[in-house]
Ligand binder design. Structure first.
Ligand SMILES: Nc1nc2c(ncn2[C@@H]2O[C@H](COP(=O)(O)OP(=O)(O)O)[C@@H](O)[C@H]2O)c(=O)[nH]1
Ligand SMILES: [Mg+2]
Length: 333
């Protein structure tokens, strides 16, 4: 099944390769059925997406059972564009639209000459009302952030976001998502520390979106997500040739795969997009969002209900409020 372009909602995932972007999608998808509860919403992977995400979950589950985990396994696909499509609709009905997550490696962004793939990324970025910035949390936190610039490339990410925001003045939501963060969010103090490191580690980016010309159209939420819930960072080793290895271990013997907050990015994203649709009757998103929601009020209600499950604290924080982050009236109609 392939959806016509007018029913596609782009979500771009920025962030270094190995941060855990694909795993985030996979955990979100498998957890989804247990978190949507009584809402009338349904997610259905499109085409190959189901098999690919299921494979990733199998890996994550086996990670949870192993004692010592080596991270950053061969990243041969640094220049590939990864697309995952998930259909969204009401229960027992055909999907109404497709969320297309474009997850790609930082390597693409470094390509100055604009290969067709890099160009594809730029187009997806320009068309994304929601941009997810994945953060490799151990690089940010360990050894006082020694590896943050090398791994997370915060300036490159800043440049990307700046470029999108300069190209037009559409409202946008930036979700900053620290991953592999189990060790740091175990306590309230740790969560606060993580948040403060995120702020300093990406300060030029936050300063930029807080600028008077940009602020009115950009919302930003930091959402740490535990994609396994059971594996915690343990140590970093660096071989003589400079190869970095991040080691993780099971929280305790037999700790189970138990993701935490994988649903939150999706809830915030859908709330924002639904509000743009309902409240901004003009503007460049109009055409996209009319196609996506198609004046299906039952779907609007289902999404609004799902979006009402957003949570804040500890660790999850709206760092820049935007009116479209507030609860939608559609859920109560
Ligand atoms: N320890 C740990 N490893 C993870 C977690 N999520 C993903 N990984 C591993 O990190 C590596 C990169 O993950 P992936 O989702 O492919 O990253 P991507 O390149 O950003 O899409 C893989 O080996 C995953 O198994 C996590 O929550 N904890
Ligand atoms: Mg990936």
């Amino acid at each position: 099944m392939s959806m016509p372009a007018r029913y596609v909602l782009e979500v771009t995932m920025l962030g270094p390769s190995g941060a855990g972007k694909t795993s985030l999608l996979a955990s979100m998808y498998v957890q989804y059925s247990s978190v949507i509860g009584g809402t009338d919403l349904d997610l259905t992977p499109v085409g190959e997406t189901a098999a690919r995400l299921t494979d990733v979950v199998a890996v994550l589950k086996s990670l949870s059972r192993s004692v010592q985990v080596r991270d950053r396994v061969a990243n041969t696909s640094a220049l590939d564009l990864h697309r995952y499509e998930i259909g969204v609709g009401r229960k027992n009905r055909k999907s109404r639209f497709v969320l297309r997550f474009t997850d790609y490696a930082g390597g693409l962004l470094r390509d100055p000459n604009g290969t067709p793939v890099a160009q594809g990324v730029r187009n997806a970025l320009a068309d994304s009302p929601v941009v997810v910035l994945a953060v490799d949390t151990p690089s940010l936190m360990e050894r006082d952030g020694l590896y943050h610039e090398r791994i997370n490339a915060p300036y490159l990410m800043y440049e990307q976001v700046k470029e999108i925001l300069r190209s037009d003045d559409r409202p946008r939501l930036l979700l900053v998502v620290p991953l592999k963060c189990e060790k740091y969010v175990a306590t309230e103090h740790g969560s606060a520390e993580l948040l403060s490191r995120v702020r300093t580690g990406y300060q030029p980016l936050f300063d930029h979106i807080a600028h008077a010309d940009v602020r009115p159209r950009v919302g930003c939420v930091v959402i740490p997500v535990q994609t396994t819930g059971s594996i915690v960072f343990s140590s970093i080793t660096e071989s003589p040739n400079g190869e970095l290895r991040f080691h993780f271990r099971s929280r305790r013997a037999g700790a189970e795969y138990r993701p935490v907050h994988t649903d939150q990015p999706l809830r915030y994203a859908l709330r924002f997009v639904l509000n743009v649709y309902l409240r901004e009757r003009r503007g460049i998103w109009r055409e996209t969002l009319d196609g996506v929601f198609g004046h299906d009020q039952a779907l609007e209600r289902a999404i609004a209900q799902f979006a009402d499950g957003t949570v804040t604290g500890p660790g999850i924080e709206v760092v820049q409020h935007h009116p479209h982050l507030s609860s939608s009236v559609a859920g109560r109609a």
